[in-house]
Ligand binder design. Sequence first.
Ligand code: SF4
Ligand code: SF4
Length: 141
Amino acid sequence: MVKQKIVLRFPPHLVEQPTIYHLIKDFDLMVNILRADINPKKEGRLMMELSGEELNYQRAVEWLKEQGLRIMGLEQQIIWRSDRCTHCGACTVICPTEALAFNRPEMTVSFDEYKCVVCELCLKACPARAMETLVENANSR
Ligand code: SF4
Ligand code: SF4
């Protein structure tokens, strides 16, 4: 028996596919959705706990990858604490994907989590400790 919390990232063309249905029906897994962020025709994210037989879980993971979904552990999610951010811009210089971007003329920083590739460079670069992993974030609350 395995019980695993994961995050699934869906490309836009897969957002409306019955992925959960297949996990339950084809792989006999129990699916507990912890958080969902799904928008039609945009990239989506599902945080869920999967439980079931180890072999079924492994087969389901392979199937999900074959479908083009990204599977990430909870520690691989980056959180922007806007309440701590001073909009100094330091992170925008080192972020390789422009997930952290400086907006003009507002002179504010914004975070687009769908562009984030979890390189973690911003975690060390931020003087205000406004960038965290999801696990750090959960532990600090
Ligand atoms: S983890 Fe990397 S890609 Fe993601 S926001 Fe931070 S610097 Fe940008
Ligand atoms: S380095 Fe930290 S405080 Fe500065 S803009 Fe980026 S997230 Fe905000």
